[in-house]
Ligand binder design. Structure first.
Ligand SMILES: Cc1cc2nc3c(=O)[nH]c(=O)nc-3n(C[C@H](O)[C@H](O)[C@H](O)COP(=O)(O)OP(=O)(O)OC[C@H]3O[C@@H](n4cnc5c(N)ncnc54)[C@H](O)[C@@H]3O)c2cc1C
Length: 430
């Protein structure tokens, strides 16, 4: 079985680059050269660091790396130049993410600011809010957290019960609890969906507020995850306050802003993500070759299937982006566009979770024990010093259990596809 062709490891730039003119190739060359010349020296040890389950690794160094990127104009590429971006095209943004992943550059620390809050402010914010907050995202001096989920409101975000009240002191007073708040322990700001109209229900009466985390009314308590690390937190608001004008959109109309932000969540970075997936699959394949499990027909078949599914995923992502680029023209209908993000999420989340399981099967009994060596900087930065340090495959296996939950769970994605694309009857709701 070792003769099975598991080649095709090279992840090329895809159809985008092949179809685009010289300027795009020049852009590709510029990105590639910059990464080759800069991901060296003190930054070289950051290669491959900070991914899922390893967000604690080398945080300060990765922050320095992000600021280094910013100093050369490689953050917020797609933003208009007047807000500090490059006004990059869709193709250029895809190429940047692919090249970034190909160079094995570290996970970015301000994804939530750059990919979610920034674009939302550009679309919904006031000019004052843009001037106040966008520069801090571009130069990575202010980090952000997303305060949507609550203990009683996750998939069903309209059930949020955190309240916001504009008091006589001219400030919003926020009370309630958020949960699963990624990176709140390192961020300066959180954007919060809160109920600002007493007695309102569901999608009405909500407001989208920007709240500083560094204040006495806010308590951030890390949650230890399966991996032993703490990427997310509980955030308690106990009469926390924020300025009256730090509301995005009109009071009581935060739902539209909150939903607008989620559209940015499924951005072009997914094509870069797939370059990382290909690297992980290559490494699992190498592990199978090295420990002999590649001779096991079942393992070999799973590896081949994973590679085929990865190709299908890439084809689907490109088709989706083609559809976006072609807007409503051709065969790409509005219903398909609405469901495309859900199809993409289902494909990648389940692929990645399955890869974690496959890695455990390939590692065999060795996957049941902790590694004997601790890599510098990988020691958990958590309260539990007894926690066993995991190797990269154990971390992948455990963290990818979350992939099918965050950003909309499998079940929620299937509901969207069923109702909005296939036109099946809506599920019963209160
Ligand atoms: C790693 C990670 C990071 C996260 N980061 C953040 C963050 O930074 N900020 C933030 O606000 N949130 C964050 N979340 C929270 C995430 O958005 C929620 O976990 C997700 O929305 C699901 O909500 P829930 O956990 O309350 O589960 P629930 O909504 O209670 O769902 C429980 C189960 O019921 C299923 N279910 C729910 N509704 C339906 C339905 N209508 N039909 C069929 N099945 C259904 C779900 O699929 C799931 O299996 C993060 C989560 C994870 C895992």
């Amino acid at each position: 079985m070792t003769s099975i062709n598991l080649a095709d490891r090279t992840v090329d730039l895809g159809e985008w680059a092949r179809r685009t003119p010289d300027a795009t190739f020049e852009f590709t060359r510029a990105v590639r050269e910059w990464l080759a010349q800069n991901l060296v020296g003190e930054f070289a040890l950051l290669k491959g660091r900070g991914g899922p389950g390893s967000e604690h690794e080398f945080f300060a160094e990765r922050l320095a790396w992000d600021r280094h990127l910013a100093a050369s104009g490689w953050t917020c590429l797609g933003w208009p130049t007047r807000y500090g971006g490059r006004g990059a095209t869709l193709e250029q943004r895809i190429i940047f993410h692919q090249e970034y992943a190909r160079a094995n550059a570290p996970a970015r620390v301000n994804h939530l600011g750059e990919e979610l809050l920034g674009p939302t402010l550009i679309e919904f914010g006031t000019e004052e809010q843009k001037q106040r907050f966008l520069p801090g995202i571009v130069d990575v001096t202010e980090l952000w957290a997303q305060g949507y989920s609550e203990p009683g409101a996750g998939s069903d975000l309209a059930a949020v019960s955190t309240t916001a009240r504009l008091a006589d002191d001219g400030r919003w007073h926020v009370n309630g609890q958020k949960i699963w708040t990624s990176l709140a322990h390192v961020a300066q700001w959180v954007f919060v969906v809160a109920r600002s109209e007493p007695g309102s229900s569901r999608h009405t009466g909500l407001s989208f507020l920007i709240v500083p985390l560094d204040q006495s009314g806010v308590t951030v308590r890390p949650i230890q995850q399966l991996t032993g690390t703490s990427e997310f937190n509980e955030v308690f608001f106990d009469d926390a306050t924020t300025e009256a004008d730090l509301i995005v959109g009109a009071p009581g109309e935060g739902w539209a802003v909150a939903m607008g932000l989620l559209q940015f969540e499924r951005g072009v970075s997914t094509l870069g993500q797939q370059v990382g997936f290909a690297r992980e699959l290559d490494a699992v394949t190498e592990m199978a070759r090295a420990n002999g499990t590649l001779d096991d027909p079942e393992i070999a078949t799973r590896l081949v299937r994973a590679r085929i599914r990865l190709r299908a995923m890439r084809a689907n992502a490109q088709r989706t982006l083609d559809g976006d680029a072609a807007s409503s023209g051709g065969t790409w209908g509005a219903a398909a566009a609405a469901g495309a993000a859900s199809v993409a999420k289902l494909l990648w989340a389940n692929w990645h979770r399955d890869l974690g399981e496959l890695a455990m099967a390939v590692a065999g009994p060795a996957s049941l024990i902790g590694p004997t060596e601790t890599v510098e900087g990988r020691r958990n930065e958590i309260a539990d010093p007894e926690h066993v340090e995991l190797d990269e495959w154990q971390r992948l296996f455990l963290f990818t259990r979350a992939d099918t939950i965050y950003g909309g769970s499998n079940e929620v994605q299937r509901n969207i596809i069923a109702e909005r694309v296939l036109g099946l009857p809506r599920e019963a709701r209160e």
